[in-house]
Design a protein around this ligand. Structure first.
Ligand SMILES: Nc1ncnc2c1ncn2[C@@H]1O[C@H](COP(=O)(O)OP(=O)(O)OP(=O)(O)O)[C@@H](O)[C@H]1O
Ligand SMILES: Cc1ncc(COP(=O)(O)O)c(N)n1
Length: 262
């Protein structure tokens, strides 16, 4: 194959390979997209939680991005864990400068509910990066934190989505209620349409990487030139199968599978 779309993830490393950039690269590979990764953080984590986080110096993120973009421009990019205001500004510079599809997967709370970034940085992400995002993929807790809406049902999700679109200025938002109800309904809101995809909740403790993988599928599909709604449908199918085929690796919560065939 001489020509291949490139997707870039700007995120953090999970040494056990369940989430973060390793999950992103596995997803890009599965979808026949060439994956690149610029690292923001190193984490020490495993199936039982995040233990330590070591921030890469912001100027070294700049070095990584400048090496990538001066050589081959990715077709789409996503961001995950962004640990400092300086890094937010660096990422904004590249998104503004190159105008490629940008999927923002904010990482504000860990799976265990622990706050990962403070509210100052959360606000900086919202005001500086979100207006440049093609789509944002927060989970319910992140949606509540960024919009101030207490989410109890579908109408609250719609209210929060409207804040993302009309007040924060994001082009589109993807929110799901899997952490709230017995279903796994995902909602896409853009300025012109709403799409709801319903699916059953799969009972599994092996859910590590589900958020990273969902946003990585969207990024890979946008890199291929697919529209956002098709990318959303593919991401939903991908994570559903990936959860169904998850692995019992480690003593706690294992990872989803990236070996799936759609
Ligand atoms: N138990 C489950 N059964 C079926 N689908 C699920 C389940 N858990 C999550 N999903 C689906 O996985 C996708 C990602 O979910 P979600 O955004 O909540 O993950 P997350 O890890 O909390 O995300 P984040 O990276 O933003 O923290 C969504 O499509 C959601 O519906
Ligand atoms: C390095 C890193 N990035 C992201 C996540 C979120 O996990 P998930 O992909 O399961 O939402 C994580 N735990 N660690």
């Amino acid at each position: 194959m001489s020509h291949i779309p490139i997707a870039l993830t700007v995120a953090s490393n999970d040494p056990t390979g369940g989430s973060g950039v390793i999950a992103d690269i596995k997803t890009f590979h599965n979808l026949n997209v060439f994956g690149m990764a610029a690292i923001t953080n190193l984490t020490a984590q495993n199936s039982q939680g995040i233990h330590e986080i070591l921030e890469i110096p912001p100027e070294f993120l700049e070095e990584q991005l400048s090496s990538i973009f001066s050589d081959a421009i990715p077709y789409a990019m996503k961001s995950g864990m962004v640990p400092s205001a300086d890094m937010v500004d660096i990422i904004k510079k590249y998104i503004k400068g190159y105008d490629i599809p940008f999927v923002m997967d904010p990482f504000i709370f860990s799976k265990e509910g622990k706050r990962i970034i403070d509210t100052g940085l959360q606000n900086k992400l919202a005001t500086t990066l979100l207006p440049y995002a093609s789509v944002v993929t927060p989970n319910i807790k992140e949606t509540e934190a960024m919009t101030g809406i207490d989410i109890k049902d579908e109408s609250d999700i719609k209210t929060a989505a409207n804040i993302f679109l009309k007040e924060i200025g994001v082009k589109s938002v993807l929110i799901n209620d899997s952490q709230m109800t017995g279903k796994a309904c995902d909602y896409l809101y853009t300025r012109t349409k709403e799409v709801k995809l319903s699916g059953p909740i799969i009972k599994s403790k092996n859910l590590r990487g589900v958020g990273s993988t969902f946003s990585a599928v969207i990024t890979a599909e946008l890199a291929k030139g697919q529209d956002l709604e098709s990318a959303f449908r593919k991401a939903k199918m991908f994570v559903t199968k990936a959860i169904e085929n998850g692995f019992d690796i480690g003593k706690g919560n294992g990872p989803i599978s990236h070996f799936i065939e759609l």
